[in-house]
Structures are given as C-alpha cells and as structure tokens.
Design a binder for this molecule. Sequence first.
Ligand code: HEC
Length: 127
Amino acid sequence: MPIIRTQTLIFFITALLLSACNNELDKHIAYGEKLFQQDRIGFTQAPGCILCHSLQKGIRIAGPSLYGIAQRAKQRYASDAEQYIRTSITDPAAYVVDGYRHDQMYPHYANDLDKEEIEALVDFLMQ
Ligand code: HEC
C-alpha cells in the first residue's frame, strides 16, 4: 500500500511539472506571436515583422510569406532549423531567400530586440 501511494505521488508530481512546462512554452509562443503581429517592435520601435511578412500561404508583401517556415527550415537545415530562423532574424544577410536581395530585410534586430524577444519569435515560427 505505501509503495502504491509513493508511485501515485510521483505520477502526480511529474504530471504537474510537465503541464507547468507546457504552460510556460505556450505562453512563450503566444508572446512570440504577439510580437510578430506588432507594427513596431522592441525598445527602438523597429519595424514589425508583419509589415513585410504574411503568415498566409503565397501572400508576398516586401518579404516572403512565412507560412510553413518551420517545415521548410527543417527540410533544408534539419537539426539546425531553429538556428537558421534565429540567424534569419538577427543577421538576415547571412542567408538570402531565392528571389530576394541580401539588403531587403530590416537588419538591426540583433540590437533592437532582447534575447527573450528573439527566442519567443523563434519558438513561434518553429511551432
Ligand atoms: C523591411 C521588411 C522586412 C521586415 C520588417 C522583416 N523582414 Fe524578414 N525578410 C524580409 C525579406 C525581404 C526576406 C528575404 C531576404 C532574406 O532572406 O534576407 C526576409 C527573410 C526572412 C526569413 C527567412 C525566410 C525563409 O523562407 O527562409 C525569416 C525567418 C524572417 N525574414 C523573419 C522575420 C522576422 C521574425 C521579422 C520581425 C522580427 C522580420 N523578418 C522582419 C523582409 C523583412
């Protein structure tokens, strides 16, 4: 009987910890989505992603649609997909999407955004 109780307790604690982690991740992704949708972003009020990127398939604004970006990044860069997206934000000239020039994306996010903002955007685009 005491053994069952211990196991039950461990089960509930684990379930609780897992759901707490998921909640944190969900909140982080929601924060990334909110940042992505803003016209201005970061403490310098830099131009927001949504001014140039649609999340709908095939809709090009100044930049490519980011619909399906996680899948594309995973196909091209496998385990480095997350790093690809992070670099595309902080150093956009490092990789240039076919059909675009290296100087078309706003280049100063590495200065304008803090680490948490960048990571939230990466997690939102990776989901
Ligand atoms: C002034 C317009 C502009 C703004 C603002 C902008 N981008 Fe871009 N973005 C582009 C262009 C143009 C490209 C394609 C050229 C290149 O790869 O540098 C691009 C490329 C990308 C890519 C690579 C896409 C792919 O298919 O591989 C990602 C990811 C990205 N941007 C994310 C963002 C995020 C996140 C923000 C906001 C923090 C943002 N961009 C803001 C214009 C913009």
